[in-house]
Structure formats: C-alpha cells, structure tokens
Ligand binder design. Structure first.
Ligand code: CP
Length: 305
C-alpha cells in the first residue's frame, strides 16, 4: 500500500506515467467513468479548502466512486480531542482512500503510519502540498510541452508557501531548471530549501525582491498569496500583503509565451485585469487538478483501466 506525502514519493518515471494518465483522462473521460465503482474516498480536512477538497471529491465522483468526509476540525471529533492516529483508524473502516489536510506539519504522515488505506497529504501547514504540485506539473507539461529547461519565477510568500516548497522539490529532478525566487526579505524560502535542496543539488537560483526586474526572462511565473493564517502578527501581515501585484503593465514586460500560474486562492497579488491575458492559466490549472487527482486515486488504488 502506498501513500503520498511529498512529490518525491513518486519517481520521475512514475510521475511521468501519472501525468500521461491524467492527459488520457482529459481526452477520454468516459473510459474512466466507472473505474472506482464501489470505492469510497474520505476527505478529512482540518483546515479550510475550496479547490483541493472539491477537486478530490469531483475526481472520485468522475471515476464512479463515492465520497464521505468532513470539511473542518470543528465538525469532526477532533473538536472533542480525538487524535489524528485514532481518526484514521476509524476512517480506514469506512473508506478505501483518504485525502487529509491539516494545519500541523507532519499530521498526514502520522495518519499514514496508522492507516490501513492509502493516505494523501492534501496540505500540511507550511510544509508540503504534493497534489498541488502534481497539478502544477501537469499544467506546465500540458501547456509548455516539457518540464525541463525552464526558468521559473516563484513570487510572494516563499517562506510559508507549501506549494512553493513542494514544487521546488519536484522540479529540481528535471535538467536545465533555474529558479528566480522573488520575495520580500522576511518571506524568503526557508533555509532548509535554500541549503539542503537548491545548493545541495547545484540548482541555479537567484533571490530578488523586485518582480519587474525578474519578469522579462521568465518562462513560468508562479504567483502565491501572502498567507494571513500563517502570520503570528497582524501588523506584519498588513505590511506584506500587497507587496506584489501583477498587473497589465508588468505583464507587458514578460515574454509572449510566459505562463502565469497560481495555486489560488488569490487575494490582491494578481489584478483581475490580467485574467483575460492568454498567458494567465490559473483557472485552467484548477481543471488540470481534477484530472491529476483522478490519475492519483487510480494509481494509489492500483486500478488499471
Ligand atoms: N490551491 C489550494 O490548495 O486551494 P484550496 O486551499 O482552496 O484547497
């Protein structure tokens, strides 16, 4: 039985197979419509979500399966003090696979250690968000045609942004990847990402503060939200929250084929005037998230169609 805690739980070959399966699901949805009949997905979300929870649910329904779950800690027995390890033992009696989001780093890992069904990390604190990464990789590969030889700008909250941490970990496995890390000094990538991931693997990167300086050379611009929920101090959040706003003027500095991705939700960091630019693909990205989660459910349940 396999779980997914980090994108690195899948080898590059497995990832390639999964993304190819997701593309086939996109082209031939009817072929997969009954693949999970009789199977149940549990979505155990201890933290708010729109995309991840509903795209998992949509994915399982598209595969002919059913969905159970809870969407906040308050509506589960966590509110009475039940541990994650006890909860997953119980969920294992009800469902065939579980997607779990939790505000504490490592909680889905603890669940996986006590589970008799596959557990998928649907986001743990500021740590990892592997299924967002699968979504991002599928979006880039489908729209750019490759995952190698790309200059990728990661912009915004690189300190707490778990989608950024997972994406860096996944992309360094491809040749010719360079990063431009665009953030205010206070929100730079954590030292363990800079030292143990980028420097240790000899990945070219620069850290800059101004988006305008970085944007002309980028193949991909990955915008992120400054996450209010990760700040201890409201004043710091207010000071940082509008540090970056991608607007039409900045898009004019970018390459004609640069893609703008964002894991969403967006607050102010991308002006709505950018939404109609063909390079803005963050809503297409959401749709890719359903296909890739369908592919992941099939892979972890070892269902071949
Ligand atoms: N991208 C993402 O994780 O969105 P949600 O928080 O809405 O799930």
């Amino acid at each position: 039985m396999r779980h997914l805690m980090s994108p690195l739980d899948l080898s590059v070959e497995e990832l390639d197979k999964l993304l190819t399966l997701a593309n086939d699901i996109e082209k031939n949805p009817g072929k997969y419509a009954h693949a999970c009949e009789g199977k149940k997905l549990a979505t155990c979300f201890y933290e708010p979500s729109t995309r991840t929870r509903l795209s998992f649910e949509s994915a399982m329904i598209n595969l002919g399966g059913s969905v159970i779950g809870f969407s906040s800690a308050d509506s589960s027995s966590a509110a009475k003090g039940e541990s994650v390890s006890d909860t997953i033992r119980v969920i294992s009696c009800f469902a065939d696979i579980c997607a779990m989001r939790h505000p504490k780093e490592g909680a889905p890992l603890v669940a996986s250690q006590h589970s008799s069904i596959p557990v998928i990390n649907a986001g743990d604190g500021g740590h990892q968000h592997p299924t967002q990464t699968l979504t991002d990789l599928l979006t880039i590969r489908s729209l750019k045609g490759r995952l190698d030889h790309l200059k990728i700008g990661l912009c915004g909250d690189l300190k707490f942004g778990r989608t950024v941490h997972s994406l860096i970990n996944a992309l360094i496995r491809y040749p010719g990847i360079e990063f431009v890390l665009i953030s205010p000094n206070e929100l730079r990538v954590p030292e363990y990402i800079r030292e143990d991931v980028l420097i240790a693997n000899h990945i070219p990167f620069v850290e800059v503060e101004r988006l305008e300086d970085a944007i002309p050379d980028l193949d991909i611009l990955y915008m992120t939200r400054v996450q209010k929920e990760r700040f201890f101090n409201e004043e710091d959040y207010i000071r940082m929250k509008d540090f970056y706003i991608l607007d039409k003027a900045k898009m004019e500095l970018a390459k004609k084929d640069m893609l703008v991705l964002h894991p969403l939700p967006r607050v102010n960091e991308i002006s709505v005037e950018v939404d109609n630019d063909p390079r803005a693909v963050y809503f297409k990205q959401v749709q890719y998230g359903v296909y890739v989660r369908m592919a992941l459910i099939l892979t972890l349940l070892e269902i071949e169609v």
